[in-house]
Write a protein that binds this ligand. Sequence first.
Ligand code: NOJ
Length: 756
Amino acid sequence: MKKLFAILPVLFAVQLFAQSDAKMNAFVTNLMSKMTLEEKIGQLNLVTPGGAVTGSVVSKGVDENLRKGFVGGLFGITGPEKVRQAQDIAVKNSRLKIPLFFGLDVIHGHKTLFPIPLGLSCSWDMALIERSARIAATEATADGLCWAFSPMVDIARDPRWGRVSEGSGEDPYLGSEIAKAMVRGYQGKDYSSTNTLMACVKHFALYGAAEAGRDYNSVDMSKIKMYEYYLPPYKAAVDAGVGSVMSSFNDIDAVPATGNKWLLTDLLRRQWGFKGLVVSDYTSVNEMVNHSLGDLQTVSALALHAGLDMDMVGEGFLTTLKKSLKEGKVTQKQIDDACRRILEAKYKLGLFTDPYRYMDESRPAKEILTPETRKAAREIAARSFVLLKNDAQLLPLKKDASIALVGPLADSKRNMLGTWSVAGDFTKAITVIEGIKNVAPGAKITYAKGANISDDSMLIKRTNVFPPDEIEIDKRSPAEMIAEAVAAAKNADVIVAVVGEAADMTGEASSRSDIGLPESQLELLKALAKTGKPMVMVLFNGRAMTLNWESKNMNSILDVWFGGTEAGNAIADVLFGNYNPSGKLTSTFPRNVGQIPIIYNHKHTGRPFNNEEWAKFKSNYLDVSNDPLYPFGFGLSYTTFTYGDVKLSKTDLKGNETLTALVTLTNSGKVAGEEVVQMYVADVVASVTRSVKDLKGFQKILLQPGESKEVSFKITTEQLKFFNSNLKWDWESGDFIIHIGTNSSEVKSGKINWKK
Ligand code: NOJ
């Protein structure tokens, strides 16, 4: 009886859900019964009249197609007035008055920009990440939108790939937690409110494994690797109820994702139970022609067969599906299913009740870029920064210090927001120099640019694609600029060098084969180092970089990614100790490009090498060690943390028992600080080769100076599971090592045996 009472609310919810589902089905069925074939195919068409162009084609004849009912949704326009104009055409001038939905790449904030996703992930703070997505959804919906092409959850192990900046790094467990937090933040409970929107997990799948880190390149990997390391974050987003999925540009098992039935139907819909809509990436249907799979009609039919519902920009569906149906190459049911899923999304967004519900002209002034959103952006940015080095506690700086502030990114509004800030206004961003003046008005600042971001004409041309230029070229010669910076340094107590990549040196179509600081900036740092003054390097970057010289010659290094609208204030907050940095890397920093791919959760190999002395006939290099420059999970603080030994509740476990593993964490320094305590599991013996360890838990803990806390992790057999040769997710009896520590390399460990 007691049990029955306990499940009554669940049964009630299930019934309500079934009722609302039935209502939606009846509505959509009725609507579809009135639609012509052309109108159904029209719903499968997603167009952009400009504004978010990431390919060589922009949709043409948008107005006319809207009137004919040949467009399902629009992306790339913002502002309630503009969006309303387009909705007006659909709702007032098309035959069936079916509303459009409006999407955009809302990636790390909308108008209030937060750190780029790679930076956000370094906070290891799910509440914070969810909050950033919540604010983004509020702003985007106030701006007329109801669909965000985010979260991007591609696991990336190759920092040459520019799009590592858009994801959460190399780890599937952390990536999955972040995927869920983002979906929650965007969609709320069910994305039916006017300040939530439909999220779109992308790029399904494996886009982050593009060969050689070159964007849009092929992907080829084993199923075990795919299931174990690359698929979990997409699955986590699906389990969290994400409304839509975007297919990726790359091929998988020699079939492009957009036309891959195994991926879009067998795995996504059948195995994972995804019920929402699948949209292609920008012209990725058409690109299957270049992938050598046939002409536009053939590849469009292939995509529909595979389970794709909506065609972004390429109009392959719009222009060929009718013919394919006539010729028996696709079925009416396939077109109907795709159309239904798009109409269902519109229904769930409430657009059939009120097509203008996201177009409240009074909202932007109240909800976009407010003092509150800016405050949140500042707090969130500060928590994304990673302190990579801090010799002799040079940081934090004194607020009355005399500072030589140098470097091309110290006073560059254009570069603060980072990649994918389509709706952002960089003129509203706070630069480092402004931030320092706000936070430490008593500091004596001498500013000198010191160098251009790069002097390489090819790199400049390829980076400065979207005006105004991100790499601004000074009229002075490099030598003159360096001389000015050195003179400033000589008169200062400390040098703060703000260097790194321009915003668009990462992001889409921004792969690099050399991931070091551009030569012009390295020359500047070398000249400054000769002054012997203590030097802090503030690094802007959208990827892990090679920083060998810098790691030896800088006294302090603060990695600030691209911090967004409030970047400058947040950087100053950390530089002057208003906030004690707590970020930890989510991608491994290699020593050189030749080590790539370098990840913490690599396999043992048959000839393992554990960073001991070099040895012949072991898996190592002649010219570089195996260990990274900075490992996954690494990040310093202005305080120090001491870890006690790992205490295990048991060392021999059976079946469904639960293990508690704990460490005592002590703040052994002089200031309060947060530490991300990381728990890894290593499987000692298994039926397939396993990685050296895998992240299975983490906690962010705040401790006052001298304070200690027991940090405990509950471990069940869930954390022991892996994909075996039959792709079954299961665990096997044997020994396991539980590692707990401050990063993936520095851990305390305990061994257990767990039997089935
Ligand atoms: C191409 C990108 O790959 C994708 O991430 C983005 O959402 C679309 N363009 C739309 O802008």
